[in-house]
Ligand binder design. Structure first.
Ligand SMILES: [Zn+2]
Length: 119
């Protein structure tokens, strides 16, 4: 797979930005499908602080422990519990399953809820 820098325009603020080869490679290594970002890094960073669905990939899920982790777009992991899964748990518990999720803050830290398959 070859990558090249892409010059894109942000849908939110209209600013042009470069989607660099290194970022594209990092996203691929994290297991994300090759798709161009709709927003510039600044707008994406702001968005990730707010509510709403985010795209991630299941890193692993331990059925005996009832929890797992999701790899986020920025490469960090977020915890999720069995109770945070929506829909068919079997599909969401698979390693590398593409999922949508929301993040809430609990007393033990950030946690993903409303975890469901991205199709
Ligand atoms: Zn922007």
């Amino acid at each position: 797979m070859t990558y090249r820098d892409e010059l894109l325009m942000c849908e939110a603020c209209g600013k042009t930005f470069i989607y660099r080869v290194e970022e594209q490679r990092q996203q691929a290594e994290l297991g994300f499908a090759p798709e161009l970002p709709r927003q510039c890094p600044e707008c994406r960073a702001q968005e990730s602080l707010g509510p709403g669905l985010r795209a991630g990939v299941v890193k692993w899920f331990r059925e005996d422990k009832h929890f797992g982790f999701i790899t986020q777009r920025d490469g960090s992991d977020v915890f999720f519990h069995h109770s945070g899964i929506e829909g068919d748990p079997e599909q969401v518990m698979q390693e590398n399953a593409p999922v949508w999720y929301e993040v809430i803050t609990t007393e033990r830290g950030p946690q993903a809820i409303n975890v469901h398959l991205r199709e």
